[in-house]
Design a protein around this ligand. Sequence first.
Ligand code: ARG
Length: 604
Amino acid sequence: QSLLQSLLPPTLDESDPSLLRAASFVFITAIHSICPEASSLGIETKAFKCKDIKHGDYQCNAAMAMFQKLKATGSLPPGVNSPVDMAKAIAAAIPTENPILDNLTVNGPGFIMARFKSSYLSKWVNSLLTNGAPSRPKLSKPSGTVVVDFSSPNIAKEMHVGHLRSTIIGESVCRILEYMGNDVKRINHVGDWGTQFGMLIQYLKEEYPDLHGDIPNITDLTEFYKNAKQRFDESAEFKKVSQLNVVQLQAGDAEYLKMWQVLCDVSRKEFEKVYKRLDITVEECGESFYNDKIPPVIEEFSAKGLISVEDGGAKCVFVPKYKVPLMLQKSDGGYGYDSTDMAAIKYRVEEIKASQVVYITDFTQGDHFQMVFAAARKIGWVTEDSHRLDHIGFGTVQGEDGKRFKTRSGDTVRLVDLLDEAVSRMEASLKERSNIPEEEIHATACAMGYGAVKYFDLRRNPTSNYIFSYDRMLDTKGNTAIYLLYAHARLESIITKGKAEGVDVDSLLKEGKAKIMLEHKSERNLGLHLQIFADAIEETLSDLYPYHICDFVYALSIAASEFVTQCKVLGSPEMESRLLLCRAAAIVMRQCFDLLGIRHVMRI
Ligand code: ARG
């Protein structure tokens, strides 16, 4: 059956918006007409997007391999003596009346280049306008419940730029997964149960006995943390009582729990301020939540004979390829980061019934998560096929000197200060160069300032480090949110002017009279870019890196700018179609902004 399947050309799903699959369909059909066993011979028949759009939109690279294979089996078609001949034969096998591809040329050693028919592209662009949104790609794998563990700052420590990265990337990953119909559980795995509490409690007992009468603020708390840590590192005695405190807290000591609660509340209020500013939705389910779920996990590992007891009595689990084990219980009986993560993953797959779990932290935790995943497989909670487990490990943010990102006085940069700075710089620039009414300036500056900070992070592969630079992220030129937001506002401003000149895009859409023609080269190019959206989403789903969407929306906005510069919109005979095309581009741009967690503005 499957051999038979592999011999058949695919069928075209008319409702599938993927250009990649549409182009592949045409190429594969032509290839199969010449060589029915192409797939079973292992010939790569898929289409690729052309790197240089001068030559075509999509290309097929099968001719070279096909020539070699058919030559080896002595079954070359008559007249085919080289890969170029092979490419020509495939191109000739594509029926000219096919509704999808046009303009076939053979290039180099045997690449077939093709362009989409304008009629095919305008069909999609028109449906985009009718639906008010681009069509979603059709996936072979159904959507399900996905847990995304992100942001996850630590109590009593201020959120820093590392947590900012996790928060920004995590929010975007959640939005993309939700957009594709998944039921996403956004989880803030707050560090509210670690060893820091032992020393904080000890420090507070010694230095700040009126904790409940005089609640400290986050700045005090950060100070306490710094001092407590210093004492912990310097005094063996302080260290010992601190460690005992953690065990006591984890065992449910009432006084300690009350102190712990105060510390959590103070920090939580601070985190929430940041989330609110950045439009982040995440539900707190911190480390402490798993406290009573850890002992049964250890028992389960133990019952299956997977625990090794190390020196001093620590309970450990070894997983393939790693020399150090995961530690489920320390020798003093306490639970740590590993214990919590094992209980958390079990809870997520068994109770929440997630089919995918995504963790977003800095790259140094990569091994930790690979070991957690391996241990979950070892005990049989998940298999490679049953669940998808991802860790997105991101690089560090550096200061302009290429070193650690810090303030002039050498302290860690506070997130709130960083966000304030981005907004105030934006405000200053808007006051200087924009005509928007005074009362819109602050909201616009927030959208642009926060958008700029987010986009500066999202637009690159998360594994890379980057240098934080206000000047670069707030630049009106280049691949920045500011450039994109301007490009979008420009489209909407043309639409507003069109309305004043008598063509109202919104009423055209309401009356269902919208029809876009893609006649001019830059109209067609913009139409093509609009439709690539579906493929950009699919690419993002494969590695969960939002930069694919950034690359896409940047290329789209360049295509849109080119269109409005090269084609006269206002007052032209094609005014109606062109205004609609502006709207189509604005819709797709807004969709991308939304997936990246960036607010759009209609005028700047
Ligand atoms: N609180 C941790 C940190 O700041 C991140 C937690 C990530 N999530 C997890 N399930 N371990 O590094």
